[in-house]
Design a protein around this ligand. Structure first.
Ligand code: SAH
Ligand code: SF4
Length: 348
């Protein structure tokens, strides 16, 4: 079994049965998997962890994903949208703290037009020279992605959510299309964005076969970033009664993806930190190399309730960056304040 880990670490690919064996491996193999993943990450990135300032610019959403608290049918949520000035203030605050990547994330808000986002990108570039701008605004047209890229956004996060069509269909309303989601991700990569894909672990109905499909899709597309976090129920959604995904399986999958995509940017997600304060460090020790502290104005943070009890303070917040640094120091790591663009080290 350990040889399977070594094969993935060397060749960066496995077949479905290889991934199944790793997803179901014993604890000895799991330790070896995490160790190899950690070593491959430190060979490339040292002990520096990239930081991205996350600004949740709107919680309006026209979509109705069954798992997400921002879904349009959720009436128990107070909707907000930050003004352009508020967004610029967040970036200025983050820039002064040393952050050099800003992630603008939102529900699929119809009022976030290309012209508005383009204008915002220009304003951010003015006050935060050389900072990277990452967008996570959901599915848009290819023309829109091109316009935003030309305006200066260089990265885009769009998790594929589920590589398996049936699982995707069970987590989304009929009007949402698996193929459109995948096409959007492929367009983003073709346009030149450093693109983040990814999935929730432990989503209701998800099986090992579904996770193998996710791993094979990531292996085929080889995105520059991969967001992997546990599903966490949100009480006001149709899936609110399901249990959260397991931390252990999430960490194991982070380690597998690190070995598959050695150069990738892999965050220790907020969802992990929400379930267990120590899980961020464990994710780093399993090969993650990015953290995304929350830079949104404090008064809106509890309104961006994708799932229940979402961590947005202390080490998950920009104000908590000193304690984040301390927490990383406790495992021998530190914050790397550089932009942290994707770099291909290996010819794969
Ligand atoms: N609207 C955009 C960005 C915001 S949602 C989009 O959908 O791409 C960002 C991510 O939050 C989603 O991709 C999803 O994977 C994650 N998410 C949503 N609901 C969640 C839940 N209940 N538990 C864990 N992650 C969730
Ligand atoms: Fe909207 Fe994104 Fe939530 Fe789906 S996951 S409901 S698109 S915010």
């Amino acid at each position: 079994m350990k040889s399977l880990v070594d094969r993935l670490a060397t060749l960066h690919t496995l077949d479905a049965e290889g991934y199944r064996a790793l997803l179901e491996c014993d604890s000895d193999t799991e330790s070896h998997l995490k160790e190899r993943a950690r070593d491959i990450a430190t060979e490339r990135f040292g002990h520096g962890i990239y930081v991205r300032g996350l600004i949740e610019i709107s919680n309006y959403c026209r979509n109705n994903c069954l798992y997400c608290g921002l879904r349009r049918d959720n009436r128990n949520i107070t909707r907000y949208q930050l003004s352009d000035d508020e967004i610029i203030d967040c970036c200025a605050k983050g820039y002064a703290m040393g952050l050099r990547t800003f992630v603008l994330q939102s529900g699929e808000d119809n009022t976030l037009s290309d012209s508005r986002i383009t204008n915002l990108i220009g304003r951010i570039a003015d006050i935060a020279p050389k900072a990277a701008i990452t967008l996570s605004l959901g599915e848009r047209s290819k023309d829109s992605y091109i316009a935003l890229f030309n305006a200066g956004a260089s990265r885009y996060l769009l998790r594929h959510e589920a590589a398996n069509r049936q699982l995707y269909a069970s987590l989304h309303p009929e009007e949402m299309s698996w193929s459109n989601r995948i096409d959007c991700a492929k367009s983003l990569i073709a346009i030149g964005y450093q693109t983040g894909m990814g999935m929730m672990i432990g989503a209701p109905g998800q099986t090992t076969d579904h996770l193998i499909d996710d791993l094979l899709l990531l292996q085929q597309i080889r995105p520059q970033m991969v967001g992997i976090g546990p599903f966490i129920p949100q009480a006001d959604t149709p899936l609110g009664n399901h249990t959260a995904g397991a931390i252990g399986l999430t960490l194991r999958i982070i380690a597998i993806v690190r070995l598959m995509l050695p150069d990738a940017l892999i965050p220790a997600t907020t969802a992990l930190a929400t379930l267990d304060a120590d899980a961020r460090n464990q994710a780093i020790l399993s090969g993650a190399n990015v953290v995304m502290p929350n830079l949104s104005p404090t008064c809106v943070r509890d309104k961006y309730a994708i799932y229940d009890n979402k961590a947005a303070t202390a080490t998950e917040s920009a104000e908590g960056i000193a304690s984040l640094q301390q927490q990383l120091n406790s495992i021998g790591y530190h914050i790397n304040y550089s932009r942290g663009d994707f770099q291909q080290y290996d010819r794969l």
